[in-house]
Design a protein around this ligand. Structure first.
Ligand code: BES
Ligand code: MN
Ligand code: ZN
Length: 488
């Protein structure tokens, strides 16, 4: 679906379907009023017999004599409208439109004034919710989209103050869509090689981009022992995919993004239980997040330098696999006792974090579906942020609120560090049951000394369930953060 902005009045729209909002208690509607007496009369009748009240989530279709469908979406009481409600109701109405016969839609939902949501946030929410709702996964279906029942174009009504935010939201949506594709793609196709070739295409298509892919032999020479240990049980050899975007002066330090790219996580020798193991195809959603963020930053031409690092590795049980009890020397030189081969994400991330520091970044953000414990702590609502850098959580929190892709902080206090101390190495790769998300963060913190760094655990947000698949979170938050940084 193509999304464009429009400043056209409702009456001039040629779209098959026009979507407008209506607050509960409103007796008139500014858009309906423009639409001729037939539509006006029908709507007035619905209001007066209370078929439609404007209750949040309620929809009412009215048929314009010219053939257009006018969909009125109830937004509840004007002073009670929240960002979540606007997002979810938009999502619902666009999903219904996508299943209907409408091929073109004019969407006026971002024009609804509410004291709780500013105009910029409204246009972002409506754009992101619309794009998200229209998405269909068909990459591996033999039966493709029925063209009659698909949305081809959406015109989003914006006012002058919303133009910039709309541009940002469109780029976010493109990044989200890339991340959802990568996340949903099956693990027999989306393996380390596929991620490397996907990233290569991005670099080749865009100016100011470079790519470097390290293969396992190069990484072996360099001494990336922790990353390679995880990959050594798989026939799909690990790759380190490094994308670079030069949008600012050469001497400006890059922002570094690191994304966990476990293309499938069986748990290795510490094998995971069978039920739902298929969902571990999503264990590369950190990689998908940083690639999606990269795509959006490039599309916007942000005046920053950006480097994204994706360790793409498959974690398999095998005669050659690493095992519990192994002591591994990481790229940093620090040694790690492996107590559970299923705590593999931190193993590939630690070497990548060490590597990223060679490029002297101004800040490093890593994104990872790192711990099941994170889903227990925060559910599917918020990504977890752990950082020791002053102000960094606040920046991420602000970006999350602006893009409606929220994060919440967990502490990285030194007291938790002792849970990963061991007799046999510098550290062990698990910290026991208490605070599993935090001890994973503590492990990573041992590889980011002196860096401005935050770790974002996206185990709960990157996907919700099998049916809806990858969410593309937290690409929107990441892109908003990059936009904010570029304006500092
Ligand atoms: N990829 C998983 C984390 C995960 C599990 C994310 C379920 C989303 C849903 C990660 O590699 C893992 O297996 N973590 C272990 C760590 C444990 C062995 C310390 C976990 O969370 O159980
Ligand atoms: Mn695991
Ligand atoms: Zn994993």
């Amino acid at each position: 679906m193509k999304i464009k902005s429009t400043q056209q009045a409702v009456i001039d729209s040629q779209a098959d379907q026009i979507i407008i909002g209506h607050f509960k208690g409103q007796t008139e509607n500014q858009w309906i009023d423009q639409l001729g007496s037939d539509v006006k009369d029908q709507f007035a009748a619905r209001l007066s017999n209370k078929d439609f009240t404007g209750q949040a989530g309620q929809t009412q279709n009215i048929y314009n004599p010219n053939g257009q469908v006018i969909t009125v979406l109830g937004l509840g009481k004007a002073d009670k409208l929240t960002a979540t409600a606007l997002y979810e109701n938009t999502h619902q109405v666009i999903q219904a439109a996508a299943k209907s016969r409408s091929q073109t839609v004019a969407n006026y939902l971002a024009m609804c004034d509410s004291k709780n949501i500013d105009a910029e946030q409204a246009i972002k929410l409506v754009t992101l919710a619309s794009a998200h709702a229209e998405y269909r996964y068909e990459d591996t279906k033999s039966y493709k989209k029925d063209n009659k029942h698909s949305l081809k174009e959406m015109e989003l009504a914006v006012d002058d103050t919303q133009k910039e935010a709309f541009k940002h939201a469109k780029a976010m949506a493109a990044g989200v869509s890339a991340a959802r594709h990568l996340g949903n793609y099956p693990p027999n196709v989306c393996n380390p090689k596929y991620i490397a070739s996907y990233a290569t295409k991005i670099a080749e298509k865009n100016r100011n981009c470079e790519i470097n892919v390290l293969n396992h032999k190069q990484m072996k020479k360099m001494g990336m022992g922790a990353l390679l240990a995880v990959g050594q049980g798989s026939a799909n050899k690990p790759k380190m995919v490094v994308l670079k975007y030069n949008g600012a002066d050469k001497d400006q330090a890059p922002i570094a993004l690191v994304g966990k790219g476990i293309t499938f996580d069986t748990g290795g020798i510490s094998l995971k239980p069978g039920p739902n193991m298929d969902e571990m195809k999503y264990d590369m959603c950190g990689a998908a997040t940083v690639i999606g963020g990269f795509v959006a930053a490039v599309e916007l031409g942000l005046p920053i330098n950006l480097m994204t690092f994706v360790p793409a590795v498959e974690n398999m049980p095998d005669g050659k696999a690493y095992r519990p009890g192994d002591v591994i020397t990481s790229y940093s030189g620090k040694t790690i006792e492996v107590l559970n081969t299923d705590a593999e994400g931190r193993m590939i991330l630690c070497d990548t974090l060490t590597y990223s520091q060679e490029f002297k970044p101004s800040v490093v953000l890593d994104f990872a579906t790192l711990t099941g414990a994170c889903v227990v702590a925060l559910g599917h609502q918020a990504s977890a942020v752990m950082t020791k850098t002053d102000g960094l959580f606040d920046d991420l929190k602000t970006a999350g609120l602006q893009s409606h892709d929220r994060v919440w902080e967990l502490p990285l206090w030194d007291e938790y560090q002792k849970q990963i101390d061991t007799t046999f190495a510098d550290m062990q790769n698990i910290g026991g049951f208490p605070a599993g998300t935090i001890t994973a963060g503590c492990f990573l913190s041992r590889f980011t000394d002196g860096q401005k760094w935050a770790h974002i655990d996206i185990a709960g947000t990157a996907w919700n369930n099998k049916k809806d698949g990858a969410t593309g979170r937290p690409v929107a938050m990441l892109v908003q953060y990059l936009i904010n940084e570029s304006q500092k």
